[in-house]
Design a protein around this ligand. Structure first.
Ligand SMILES: NC(=O)c1ccc[n+]([C@@H]2O[C@H](COP(=O)([O-])OP(=O)(O)OC[C@H]3O[C@@H](n4cnc5c(N)ncnc54)[C@H](O)[C@@H]3O)[C@@H](O)[C@H]2O)c1
Length: 317
């Protein structure tokens, strides 16, 4: 059966449709494939129990939440951070929910330390099959105010470190065609924000890294090494203390609760999602870039208050 006659069968209104037959067939196939995959992922989520997860920045905020949530579903957690008391508190919470794991004091910018600690994790807990690149910092200073060393550090922690952690753990994932790499980027990796040049550069970079990695894995036909990029708007963890959404747009862009973000991330991993944006409005950001000329888009950002969101920022980290 030719593609054109197949498309006629799939769509009885084909004769009235201006699209060529092969395009109709491709559209119908893509729609079917998407519905099938969504249904499969929803009803048969990925089983993460028994796996070993390395979570960077696990001493507080989102990293702590992910560690506890994964421990609850039977994942062994390796907590990586510079903040030892923070990690001890996370480990106490992990044990409280019946989980197990270990803590490792690691500066994720220190490549050699990342590689040697990765070996320690394998010896202590087993091969890592889940990597959550979550450690992050923010200066919140405009381009001329930010110290050179702080701008470099932001790029080092938020982007460059992903190279070292992924290079440390990916070979085993590829060899066994089993793994999950989660990149905690940000909505600031989708749109620029005034006062966040270094942070936006690092988060656009992290998203780009994740996207290229996904395509490399696809090229290698490692379909069971999943990647997930996470782009949340501001979260109430203290990292962006003081920031607010301009009145009356809070209902469109609410400051997110950490428990909601953590729930969505773990659910997204189980459903094999490739990208999560929170709140849902962030999915429209590409449309905004696509439809409007830059000055209209910038004007919309000013009205919503994006451009002034950092004005009340208080550095707490
Ligand atoms: N809080 C928000 O509004 C928000 C919004 C979007 C994205 N994010 C991203 O989510 C992630 C988690 O943020 P959070 O709100 O939980 O912040 P947080 O400050 O509570 O947690 C970040 C953790 O990273 C650790 N860390 C920093 N530098 C490190 C280094 N060199 N080596 C190892 N660990 C290091 C810190 O000690 C801290 O425990 C970050 O990547 C952040 O950029 C946060």
């Amino acid at each position: 059966m030719s593609l054109s006659s197949l498309s006629k069968r799939l769509c009885p209104y084909y004769t009235k449709c201006p699209l060529p037959g092969p395009l109709m067939a491709l559209g119908a196939y893509m729609a079917w494939d998407t519905v099938k995959n969504l249904a499969l992922d929803y009803y048969f989520p990925k089983d993460l129990s028994g796996q070993v997860a390395v979570i960077t920045g696990a001493g507080s905020g989102i990293g702590r939440g992910i560690a506890v949530s994964l421990a609850k579903i039977g994942v062994k957690v390796a907590l990586w951070d510079l903040n030892v008391p923070g990690m001890e508190e996370t480990m106490r919470m992990v044990k409280e929910v019946g989980g197990e794991g270990a803590i490792y004091k690691v500066n994720v910018c220190d490549k050699e330390l990342v590689y040697s600690t990765a070996k320690k994790v394998t010896a202590d807990l087993g091969d890592c099959t889940i990597l959550i690149n979550n450690a992050g910092i923010v200066t919140g200073k405009s381009i001329l105010d930010v110290e050179d060393s702080k701008a470099s550090l932001t790029l080092g922690v938020n982007t460059e470190s992903h190279f070292w952690t992924v290079k440390a753990f990916l070979p085993h994932m590829i060899a066994t065609d089993n793994g999950h790499i989660v990149t905690i980027a940000s909505a600031a990796g989708l749109v620029g924000v005034a006062g966040l040049c270094d942070y936006c550069a690092s988060k656009f970079g992290a998203r780009g890294f994740n996207e290229a990695l996904r395509l490399e894995l696809r090229k290698m036909k490692k379909y069971n090494v999943h990647t997930l990029s996470v782009c949340p708007y501001f979260i109430n963890t203290g990292m962006f203390d003081g920031v607010k959404t301009r009145f009356p747009f809070g209902f469109l862009l609410p400051i997110l609760e950490p428990s909601y973000v953590v729930h969505k991330i773990v659910q997204g991993m189980r459903r094999r999602r490739t990208e999560l944006r929170m709140p849902r409005l962030m999915y429209c950001s590409d449309l905004l870039h696509f439809i409007f000329p830059t000055y209209v888009k910038d004007f919309i950002f000013e009205i919503i208050g994006f451009s002034n969101s950092m004005d009340a920022f208080v550095q707490t980290r």
